[in-house]
Design a protein around this ligand. Structure first.
Ligand SMILES: Cc1cc2nc3c(=O)[nH]c(=O)nc-3n(C[C@H](O)[C@H](O)[C@H](O)COP(=O)(O)O)c2cc1C
Length: 385
């Protein structure tokens, strides 16, 4: 019995298996609005055999987007496009679709990855914008100094997270993930490297958690009771003086206490000078393991989960509850089908594609390795269209 292919309940949502497509920025929206690219990107993952697809970091305001090409959920046009996308996908797939809501804080107004050779920062002259954050400290030399959010600014940003939450519900999304990692606004509040506030939102580890917790609490109240909400946090800043795994456990506990359903610990990117550890298969899974063990909350492990057996072992050993996979799915948008075949499980596969499964296609092992099992490869010749 595969553990990876066992179901898991997150509140009122039961995932058919424990494979999740990690949020993947596409930098292909126009004024925050989804484009045809998103239909194929998310639509493809919705027939990938995954148990859940989480859409990319989606800005709760225009200036909260990482780049001008990032999705947003702050305008009626943004909402209309995502409503259509969600309902179109629902006509052919039962796969739950979640959305990650984000404010990029001082790391907003960047260029898409394919333009990074011109520098990270998108200048205002080229369509960039003024950025905001917990403190008036730039990410690095040459980056914009953010406007330090005052009480009115904090109230505005909290309201934007809540409004986007309501929009996400109207769009028909099944789950929300709050982005509090990778050096974006909520992470900037949590980390001592970026939060230099002297009001009640800074000064101690508890105070630095206050704004992210207020946002999460308000979002939770605006999101239907039966729908799950998770948070992507940082497991380690990997910078001297930054967030450690012990801090991350405390953050996870605080989010769990206010009704957050799962935690995905990622890491890094809060400030230059990051001391990246050895990166290899499952290199961040230890964060999920400790948070799961000490907090008891459902965890998703992310970071170079590559093979089906590796994902299976992570679940079977209790390291995490869910395997979250990014680049593996970009490389192979049928990853879930292939994992099912490798682990001897019936894939969730659209009827239109059944003839490419091991059962009906003798070439399967030639493409993906392994051996056909008894009763597989029965259609040796495509006898009709
Ligand atoms: C193209 C690309 C876009 C990404 N966009 C996001 C994002 O929108 N939100 C997020 O939290 N992480 C984002 N990530 C990080 C991935 O979700 C994932 O955590 C990371 O790639 C490690 O997992 P992997 O080794 O399975 O790819 C992105 C990564 C890539 C490669």
């Amino acid at each position: 019995m595969s553990q990876l292919f066992s179901t898991i309940a997150l509140r009122g949502l039961t995932l058919p298996n424990r494979i999740v497509v990690s949020p993947l920025c596409q930098f292909s929206a126009v004024e925050g609005t989804a484009q045809p690219w998103h239909w194929q990107h998310v639509g493809g993952f919705a027939v990938s055999g995954a148990g859940l697809v989480i859409m990319e970091a989606t800005g709760v305001s225009d200036i909260g987007r990482i780049t001008p090409g990032c999705l947003g959920l702050y305008s009626d046009a943004n909402e209309a496009a995502l409503t259509k996308l969600r309902s179109d996908i629902g006509t052919y797939s039962d796969t739950p679709i979640g959305i990650q809501l984000c404010h990029a804080g001082r790391k907003a107004s960047n260029r898409p990855t394919w333009d990074l050779h011109k520098g990270n920062v998108l200048p205002i002259a080229e369509g960039g914008w003024d950025v905001e954050g917990p403190s008036a400290q730039a990410y690095a030399d040459g980056w914009p100094v953010p406007l330090a959010l005052d009480a009115a600014g904090l109230a505005k940003v909290l309201h934007q997270f809540v409004e986007s939450t309501r929009r996400a519900d109207r769009c028909g999304f099944d789950l929300i993930e709050i982005h509090a990692a990778h050096g974006y606004l909520l992470h900037e509040f949590l980390s001592p490297l970026t939060n230099h506030r002297t009001d009640r939102y800074g000064g101690s580890a508890e105070a630095r958690m206050q704004f992210p917790l207020e946002v999460a609490r308000a979002m939770r109240a605006a999101w239907p009771e039966h729908k799950p909400m998770g948070v992507r946090i940082t497991g380690e800043d990997w910078n001297d003086g930054g967030i450690t795994l012990a801090d991350a456990v405390m953050h996870a506990q605080a989010f769990a206490d206010i009704g957050i359903d799962y935690i995905t610990p990622s890491a890094g990117n809060i400030a230059p000078g990051m001391k990246l550890p050895q990166v290899g298969p499952g290199y961040m899974a230890g964060f999920a393991e400790r948070i799961k063990r000490e907090v008891g909350i459902t965890t998703m492990a992310v970071g170079m989960i590559i093979t089906p057996q590796q994902a299976e072992d992570l679940i079977a050993t209790g390291t995490c509850d869910i395997a979250c996979i990014g680049r593996g799915f970009m490389d192979d948008p049928r990853w879930g089908w292939h994992a099912a075949a490798a682990l001897g499980v019936e894939p969730i596969i659209p009827k239109q594609c059944i003839r490419a499964t091991p059962k009906h296609w003798p070439a399967y092992p030639m493409v993906h390795g392994g051996k056909l099992r008894e009763g597989e490869g029965i259609m040796s010749h495509a006898t009709r269209e």
